[in-house]
Write a protein that binds this ligand. Structure first.
Ligand SMILES: *Cc1c(COP(=O)(O)O)cnc(C)c1O
Length: 355
């Protein structure tokens, strides 16, 4: 073996949902929004002046930061933007989790958390969610180097109340607590009101799910100015120009049309509840979802079987071959028409299995 092998950083990467190509597929495996972004975004995207591509973008992404700061009613300096919330979360791990004590997160949660911990050599401990996949705040009252909680959680779709989130923060005054709110717009309770009360809280959001802009790669973090400055310092130590020009312009435009945003979310939520009811009728255990996906397991048909059958019909959902959750499917909510096709396919699948 070559000596240089020893110097290579070895990591087991995160595995993203498959991105199949084709027009006749139904893609419900990475929690994207089935609807397009606001009409204003579409219009502005056509008007972008490509001659400006020769220049570096604004390193501070001021137009986007200002639009989001105003939208959330924050003070200047309380918001940090990045290339999707994965970029923001990775940078937050690097910035805030520098203790020798392990950071804590649930055993069933966003599977990128252990990956960032490994790549940055941050020790971590996972805390089991209960038998109903619920996070118990009392479990986080112990020595640690930081806490990260997705609320609503993924892939379980289950939300925690604000009082429970506050309990976790209260129990952990000496470390940074990150609340990943990727799905909060679909029915969760945001921790933003707690920012004034707790200086160790960081709330992270994304444009990828509720804002229908996964392809633009925009995420952001909100906290007090001290935490945001610390993140900016680390970012400026790696790459000044993370945000591209189009994302800055179109991201700022997206928040202008709140009516469109709320209507589309209401549509996804209505479809979600209808599909939840239909799956329950078909003998699935479906968790109460505060997200744009459902976490569902059938009473006697293995999730893996359903996953494979759907895949053959070019319907892509997510299956995790992991302990505790290997009998569940994570199904993104698509349009009503897509979901009708999915329900019909699942019904056929159940019939095939039983014969
Ligand atoms: C989708 C997701 C993210 C990352 O989204 P980006 O596309 O990188 O913004 C982060 N956290 C959770 C829990 C997610 O489900």
């Amino acid at each position: 073996m070559n000596k240089w092998e020893d110097n290579i950083r070895k990591v087991v990467p995160y595995v993203a949902g498959e991105q199949p190509i084709g027009t006749d597929i139904i893609k419900l495996n990475t929690n994207e929004n089935p609807y397009p972004p606001a009409p204003g975004v579409e219009k502005l995207s056509r008007e972008i002046d490509s001659s400006r591509f020769s220049l570096y973008p604004d390193a501070d992404a001021v137009a986007l930061v200002d639009a989001l700061t105003a939208y959330h009613g924050l003070q200047p300096g309380q918001l940090f933007v990045g290339v999707g919330s994965d970029d923001v979360l990775a940078l937050a791990f690097l910035t805030f989790f520098n203790s020798k004590k392990p950071i804590l997160f649930p055993d069933i949660t966003y599977s990128f958390y252990p990956v960032w911990s490994d790549v940055y050599q941050i020790p971590y401990e996972t805390i089991p969610v209960d038998a109903d996949f619920k996070v118990n705040p009392a479990d986080y009252a112990r020595e640690n180097g930081g806490v990260v909680i997705a609320n609503p959680n993924a892939p379980t779709s289950i939300a925690m109340g604000l009082d429970q989130v506050e309990t976790i923060i209260q129990e952990n005054p000496d470390v940074i607590v990150i609340i990943d709110e990727a799905y909060v717009d679909f029915g969760g309770e945001t921790a933003l009101p707690l920012l004034d009360k707790y200086e160790n809280l960081l709330v992270v959001r994304t444009y990828s799910k509720s804002r229908s802009m996964a392809g633009m790669r925009i995420g952001y973090a909100m906290a007090n100015t001290r935490l945001i400055q610390a993140m900016k310092d680390v970012k400026e130590s790696i790459n000044s120009y993370t945000m591209n020009m189009a994302s800055i312009i179109l991201g700022a435009e997206s928040v202008k049309d709140d009516g469109y945003f709320k209507n589309r979310i209401a549509q996804v939520v209505a479809t979600r509840e209808r599909v939840k009811e239909a799956l329950t009728q078909m003998d699935f255990d479906v968790k109460d979802s505060a997200t744009n996906f459902l976490f569902a397991g059938h009473s006697n048909i293995p999730a893996k079987y359903i996953f494979e059958q759907l895949r053959q019909k070019k319907i892509f959902v997510r299956y995790f071959d992991k302990p505790r959750i290997n009998n569940y499917l994570r199904i993104t909510i698509g349009t009503d028409k897509q979901m009708d096709t999915v329900l019909k396919a699942i019904d056929e699948c159940i019939k095939n299995y039983e014969n």
